[in-house]
Write a protein that binds this ligand. Structure first.
Ligand code: UT7
Length: 332
């Protein structure tokens, strides 16, 4: 049987920084409020002509370069995004495949909001374990600034842009294998986080995105409570089912939504501070890109080594959630 190994990580962050002080000029908020309630100090914003696929390609190139896998050996590309280059088609994954010069791969996007990266990791694992694919490029990429309402202080303080990518490859070495992935969804909470208009559920003639209400809306406080509950429950279950103690986890890498959510979950699970990976202060919430950007952060700081166990934990619109027990398994 083939196992799925997490071979490499890469990320891209736009150079433009949007600070809390700058947001305080745009909406009725303050650096103090944002820092206290979210832990976010700044977020990155892509250039006007920089697309989600542009960022995804830059992250992908780094992941490919670090993987030891030749670009021509990639047989599938999956992109997790809620801010695709184009609303319906083509998928951002196919645009990325073209920009990478790959003409004959399976390529598609999935929409699972902030849980997107855990979802695509689970799809990659399944395709590799079934023997259908050997080297899969997975990408979480978001230009959330394109769907953020910069007059709504309840959302615009949270979100930023960026991309992260990983290569998942077949291996026969069980020690290197992704251990387990849980994913779930509950549509009864669909209205907590949504872009209410612009889809087939509410057709609009207007192409003005603002007038058409194509921006994200969120019931922040309700989402917050469900997030803490769900993220904690999910981790308890995946650890118990796999008989792994939280002290065996080297890096707990939660979706970077809000420092208070991460702290509440980390405390409930009794993780020590040095186990918990935090990038929320400098990147804000980048939805499907947040987990691979955080993995890349510890990788580039030299803190992520061969064989170390990562526990990924995500939660987002849908509502969706997921967790994954993943040893870091670069080719030696
Ligand atoms: O990524 C996927 C999932 N997303 C999340 O997990 C995000 C979850 N939610 C959150 O992070 C938090 O709920 C927020 C940061 C969005 C809001 O923080 P909160 O502590 O839940 O605040 P709240 O919504 O309960 O609002 C408290 C007060 C309200 O004023 P009143 O009614 O008490 O007078 C808000 O109007 O804070 C006000 N407020 C703000 N004040 C200054 C809300 N946003 C702001 C703001 N600046 N940006």
């Amino acid at each position: 049987m083939a196992y799925a190994a997490f071979r490499s990580i890469g990320a891209y962050v736009p150079s433009k920084i949007l600070t809390n002080a700058e947001l305080a000029v745009m909406v009725d908020t303050s650096d103090e409020w944002i820092t206290k309630r979210t832990g976010i100090k700044e977020r990155r914003i892509s250039a006007k002509n920089e697309t989600t696929s542009d960022m995804g390609v830059k992250a992908a190139k780094k992941a490919i370069e670090r993987s030891g896998v030749d670009v021509g050996e990639i047989d599938m590309i999956i992109c997790a995004t809620i801010s695709p280059d184009y609303f319906c088609m083509p998928s951002t994954a196919t645009i990325i495949s073209n920009k990478l010069g790959l003409a004959n791969v399976t390529a598609f996007d999935i929409s699972a909001a902030c849980t997107g990266f855990v979802y695509i990791l689970s799809i990659a694992k399944a395709f590799i374990e079934s023997g259908m694919k050997k080297n899969i490029l997975i990408i979480g990429a978001e230009k959330l600034s394109a769907i953020t309402d910069y007059t709504d202080r309840g959302t615009c303080i949270l979100f930023g842009d960026g991309a992260g990518a990983a290569i998942i490859s077949a291996t026969d070495n069980k020690e290197e294998a992704i251990i387990d992935i849980h994913t779930g969804a509950d549509g009864t909470f669909a209205d907590l986080l949504m872009t209410p208009n612009g889809g087939s559920g509410s057709m609009h003639d207007s192409l003005d995105r603002e007038a058409a209400g194509c921006f994200m809306q969120m019931k922040g406080n309700e989402t917050f409570k469900v997030a803490v509950r769900t993220l904690t429950k999910d981790v308890i279950e995946i650890l118990q089912e796999n008989k792994i103690d939280s002290s065996d986890v080297k890096h707990f890498i939660p979706h970077q939504a809000n420092l208070r959510i991460i702290k509440a979950v980390g405390d409930a699970l009794k993780f020590k501070d040095d186990q918990v990976v935090l990038t929320v202060a400098k990147f804000g919430n980048t939805s499907g890109a947040s987990i691979p950007m955080a993995i890349n952060d510890i990788y580039e700081e030299g803190k992520l080594k061969y064989g170390e166990l990562m526990l990924l934990d995500a939660f987002g619109g849908g509502l969706t959630w997921g967790s994954a027990l993943v040893p870091f398994s670069p080719l030696k």
